[in-house]
Design a protein around this ligand. Structure first.
Ligand SMILES: Cc1ncc(COP(=O)(O)O)c(C=O)c1O
Length: 393
């Protein structure tokens, strides 16, 4: 772990051993690295000499991003992937053998749900869903001798469930199973799952870490045994690696991550308070609100509640569509974590593949609207929300 503090590491970590002649980390837009001679190539491939091999396994720009993320997430190392979903898939592929099982909260991003439910089950891997993930006994009773990991997204997309991470970590440790946390929504600026007892952290860096809508990316932060196992194993054979340009965009995002997260949290709290008292909102999901059931646990383990929130309208699917279509400032898109405020209808887009029954269990109704609060002036976001809510009875 790097001894410097978070903001310093977000700007400097990963540079050592790397001698760029420019302030910005250069983009090594190359898939291969010429060797001095055949002996050197063999030594590098055997891991006896530091160096780079081939773009599917490693790249100097990507390596700086990996080292920086490992430093911010307090892990031995990290491996970057082409997207958040690639990170989750690579990790599951590495940890599971045919016939194995794993446990996941059902309150996860729709793509993760689909991968676990459909993609992995076709490979003979069984997901056991915990449908009351706030209850440690529900996790405990799902564990079998074939369970190879526990997976939790906290905070979760789109309903902002917050898991008690120290409690889940204790359970995982007791059974000798790694706990994986998807830390996409908080980022390491607001939550450190490893310090709370988790073993492995995954991210869609596409979201807050990049900070705009320019680069897909993912990362797995954990012990060398896992990250290097993935590098020597499936990523080398599949090639779901992060591109140098996307790594560079993510490095830029990291430099001001905590400043952005601070303002994201402030703006989200203002929007959440406004929605909480609004006569057209049935309920608001934002753990920063004192009335939220996860507020206490969020305060214990997070420095801030990030800026994803969702609210249920007093109304129907048609009302939700009308509100979303009426936004003038907010962007209507299936994305989150950018400087622009984004509105999404999860039931018909990001989570639609779950199907109605699973969405019902996960509390994703037809009148639920997800907002990723951006960095604009808060009064402009509220004014846009108000004029859109006025469009329904
Ligand atoms: C919490 C969370 N994890 C993972 C993903 C998948 O990330 P990506 O789109 O980079 O594959 C998403 C995407 O929205 C997400 O919200």
């Amino acid at each position: 772990m790097d001894e410097r503090r978070f903001n310093t590491n977000a700007i400097h970590a990963g540079r050592s051993g790397f001698q760029p002649d420019s302030m910005a980390i250069p983009i090594y837009q190359s898939v291969a690295y010429p060797y001095a001679d055949a002996r050197e190539a063999a030594e590098i491939f055997r891991g006896e000499k530091p160096g780079f091999t081939y773009g599917r396994w490693d790249n100097p720009t990507v390596q700086v991003f990996e080292k920086r993320m490992a430093s911010l997430e307090h892990t031995e190392s990290a491996i970057a992937t082409s997207s958040g979903m690639a990170a989750i898939f690579m990790l599951a592929h590495h940890l599971l053998d045919e016939g194995d099982e794993f446990i996941s909260s059902n309150l996860v991003y729709g793509g993760t749900f689909g991968l676990f439910q459909k993609g992995l089950s076709r490979m003979g891997l069984k997901a056991t869903w915990v449908t009351s993930p706030e209850d440690p006994d529900a996790w405990a009773s799902a564990i079998t001798p074939r369970t190879k990991f526990m997976f939790v997204e906290s905070p979760s997309n789109p309903n902002l469930f917050i898991a008690d991470l120290p409690e889940l970590s204790r359970l995982a440790r007791k059974h000798g199973i790694p706990l994986i946390v998807d830390n996409t929504i908080c980022t390491p600026a607001l939550q450190s799952p490893i310090d709370l007892g988790a073993d492995i952290v995954v991210h869609s860096t596409t979201k807050y870490i990049c900070g705009n809508a320019t680069a897909l990316g993912g990362i797995i932060c954990g012990p060398d045994e896992i990250t290097e196992g993935i590098r020597k194993g499936c990523i080398r054979y599949i090639g779901a690696s992060l591109s140098p340009f996307n790594a560079w965009l993510n490095l830029i995002g990291l430099e001001h991550l905590s400043l952005r997260m601070e303002r994201h949290c402030q703006n989200a709290m203002i929007v959440a308070r406004y929605l909480e008292q609004h006569p057209k909102a049935n309920s608001v999901n934002y753990p920063g609100l004192p009335s939220n059931p996860y507020n206490k646990v969020a305060q214990k383990q997070m420095k801030g509640c990030s800026s994803l929130l969702s609210f249920e309208l007093k109304g129907t699917y048609n009302d939700a569509v009308k509100v979303i279509d009426s936004f003038k400032l907010m962007v209507h898109a299936t994305h989150l974590g950018t400087c622009m405020t984004i509105a999404t209808h999860p039931a018909s887009t990001t989570h639609s593949a779950m199907g109605e029954e699973e969405m019902r269990k996960a509390g994703i109704s037809a009148s639920l609207i997800r907002i990723s609060v951006g960095l604009e002036d808060e009064s402009d976001i509220i004014a846009d929300m108000e004029q859109a809510l006025q469009m329904i009875r």
